[in-house]
Design a protein around this ligand. Structure first.
Ligand SMILES: *Cc1c(COP(=O)(O)O)cnc(C)c1O
Length: 393
């Protein structure tokens, strides 16, 4: 017996129950088509909503910045100083989002880990949507605050738990994903804001899947609902529509200043790299310069969903480019995904525990990088596999 035998047993268990993650290896950029395990396949998996991950103008901007600044930030910003590039990015992001100030982090995940514990502690309470992202859940745990989950996207249920519990604590925080990544549904932030306002509770929205997607020209969920100045703190990521990597917190300037003093991933982990920051700046330029990519993303989304419905597929509750194709049993979803791959389409099967039992699905991620002919190739494969596996008639 060795002291790590339990690890090999756990891994074995994952393989036996079909829960082991097999990661595909790409030897191409993230575009509408990929080379995966040596095979050319249509990309229906990535969060690269606008096709910016390999955009020539962004690649060019990175080369120029690396020529001037090199690659690494040197140390954490409070110790080694901060590059003007990062400050410029934060100003531009604040301008884009229409908020007072913004602060960047290494990722959306660390932005949540920084923000929640800086806003609430042991004496406080967090009201958290039951289906919130793992990084929100971990941020809540780190804070030491009492966490009260409320029924998914239900402002009445939220109000009931706020009313019942708020008085027992020093202060409260309501936190929700903006767009939920498994179903593609949008949080009713307008109604959630009413609850936050009535009870004077802080409101935080994680707009990871809304950034570059929702609102005018991709300005996000706050813009989508016209709630400027009303959501206290917005989390964003540059790893999805921005096509890069990095997190951002946007909102009230005193909250942003507080995070630069008390956000632990800000104080104890180095900044985004130069290529990341330069790429994100170029992404803001592109988004502010034209709404063409965002419009194309939505045109593609409407086209694909309508055609899938005509074929007889159930695309669930989504109102965003995230398109779940509901299949039911996890084994069916996995087989469907394997058959699609054989037909040249890379689309992920999601089963329990990522989604509830009996609600397994293939999740198709639509992008502005797709052309109509790409979407048609995907639809044809879905039609063929759907008939072969008796999902559609
Ligand atoms: C993807 C995602 C994150 C993590 O973002 P990264 O920048 O990739 O770390 C955080 N929150 C939500 C809601 C997400 O969907």
């Amino acid at each position: 017996m060795s002291k790590i035998d339990w690890v090999t047993q756990e891994l074995e268990g994952l393989r036996e129950t079909g829960l082991y993650n097999h990661i595909r290896i790409l030897s191409s950029p993230q575009g509408s088509w990929l080379v995966v395990d040596g095979k050319r396949v249509l990309n229906f998996c990535s969060n690269n909503y606008l096709g910016l991950a390999n955009h020539p103008r962004i690649v060019e901007a990175v080369k120029t910045a690396v020529g001037k600044y090199g690659v690494g930030p040197g140390a954490v910003r409070t110790i080694a100083g901060t590059m003007d590039l990062h400050i410029e990015l934060e100003k531009r992001l604040a301008g884009f989002k229409g908020v007072e100030a913004a602060l960047t982090f290494q990722s959306g995940f660390t932005a949540n880990l920084a923000t929640i514990p800086a806003l609430v502690g042991k004496e406080d309470v967090i009201f958290s949507d039951r289906l919130n992202h793992a990084s929100i859940i971990d941020g809540c745990r780190l804070s030491g605050a009492r966490v009260i989950p409320y029924e998914h996207n239900n402002p009445q249920a939220l109000e009931a738990v706020v009313k019942e519990n708020l008085d027992d604590y020093r202060r409260g925080l309501i936190v929700t994903d903006g767009v939920f990544s498994m179903d593609g549904d949008v949080a009713p932030v307008d109604k959630i804001y009413k609850v936050a306002e009535n009870y004077d509770v802080l409101l935080m929205v994680d707009d990871a899947h809304g950034e570059g997607v929702l609102g005018r020209g991709g300005r996000g969920i706050v813009d989508h609902f016209g709630l400027h100045g009303k959501v206290d703190v917005e989390i964003g990521t540059m790893s999805k529509a921005f096509g890069v990597m990095g997190g951002v917190v946007a909102g009230d300037k005193s909250i942003i200043e507080w995070l630069s003093q008390r956000g632990r991933p800000f104080l104890f982990s180095s900044a985004m790299t130069v290529p990341d920051a330069a790429a994100c700046l170029a992404a803001v330029d592109l988004l502010e310069g034209s709404t063409e990519l965002v419009n194309k993303l939505w045109d593609n989304t409407r086209y694909f969903k309508a055609e899938m419905k005509t074929l007889g597929f159930d695309t669930g509750l989504s109102t965003t480019p995230i398109t779940p194709v509901m299949l039911g049993e996890a084994l069916l979803a996995q087989e469907f995904s394997r058959e699609l791959f054989k037909a040249g389409v890379f689309a992920m099967a999601l089963g329990f525990p990522t989604v509830p039992r009996g609600k397994a699905r293939i999740r198709v991620m639509i992008s502005a990088a797709h052309d109509t002919s790409d979407l048609d190739a995907g639809l044809e494969a879905f039609a063929r596999v759907g008939k072969q596996l008796d999902v559609i008639g």
